[in-house]
Write a protein that binds this ligand. Sequence first.
Ligand code: AMP
Ligand code: GLY
Length: 422
Amino acid sequence: MRILLIGGGGREHALAWKLSQSPLLSRLDWAPGNGGVVPLCAAVPILPEDVQGIAAYAAKSRPDLVVVGPEVPLAMGISDMLAAEGIKVFGPNRQAARLEASKRFAKDFCKRHNIPTSGYWAFDNAGAANSWLESYKGPFPLVLKADGLAAGKGVLICNDASEAKEGIASVMERKEFGRAGETLVIEEFLRGEEVSVLAFCDGKRALLMPAARDYKRALDRDEGLNTGGMGAYCPSARVSKALQGEVLKNIIEPVLLGMSKEGASYRGVLYAGLMLTESGPKVLEFNCRFGDPETQAVLPRLSSDLLPVLMACARGDLSDLELSWSEESSVVVVLCSEGYPGHYPKGREITGVAEAEKSMGVLVFHAGTKREGGRLLTSGGRVLNVVALASDVATARRRAYEAAERIRFEGMHYRKDIAENI
Ligand code: AMP
Ligand code: GLY
């Protein structure tokens, strides 16, 4: 089978790596790819945001399946465009992708379908948000969110009314998140432990992947700015079999049923970001795609062939499939460019990747890298993902950090507390 994979991050390198192990794969086109090298794989220079370009390339090359990594092309309707060409696609259509593309849509959807989440209020102008705030007598913190896609950065935790007023001004008056902030969602603050649960979905049925824990803040002890994700481990000991069953029954299945009642078939990965509260798991956010870096922790533990699973989701029938998972634990450490998640330089030379890859149980997935004249250079904020597998999390953690120390580029930084004390 020929596959076209969209996206150029660590998540996509992990997908390419796993797909390349499938005996069913004959060719993998990777648009645009990165500095990671994968057998049977050819880079195609089209960016994920160029949905017209992707659709035109697919219409010409007729892959058996298109696998979409990032959210932006899904929110722009790439799945609908490919379906119109008669091409199978792994990733939800535009209507279903609104679960990620609009936080207001996601909250209203949860309310309509009785899916547990925090209480919320939504506003489309600063005046209305401010008058609501003046009369608000409830507890703080409050969580302010720009409605649209903001690369994980459009969320503000406000500890009192003056911080909330300032938050409203930054989102709605100064428009710091651009058009994503045209609508503002204010949520009650939830307390507990966060986990990410990802599910393969065929529109009706879902197969859960083992829960992973992501580290979103830039610095150790969860300090610093929000990022796309600085590390992860899998599985999360907090999510028992019973809790997985609860998440499937109360969250994932109601999403699929709700979507189909509203006229959309959810096919692809549904990612539920959950807070494990005293009164059970509650939805913090939905994503309509694999998580990054959760995928880099989850896929190396999948013993089954990934390709038939993605194909079954795209065809709308997962019923004959079962997934098997390795007993090992995995830990991912994300190596970042100087300045990330703010501005960062590009083009710095990277050394030591081959040495790191020789370490026991270690894989290195590329994210913001490119190859130029035989050299490997940085080309993004999150540069490399060092993944280690071992029989327990503590050993996987030690292996990942030892391997990370073998890699060098100027200004490189990473969190030192991924999977610590768990
Ligand atoms: P989101 O992009 O909606 O997942 O939000 C980013 C991060 O903000 C989450 O991973 C949480 O750490 C935090 N967060 C979001 N919503 C809430 C909430 N209602 N209560 C507490 N923390 C939240
Ligand atoms: N790791 C968070 C995300 O993929 O959105």
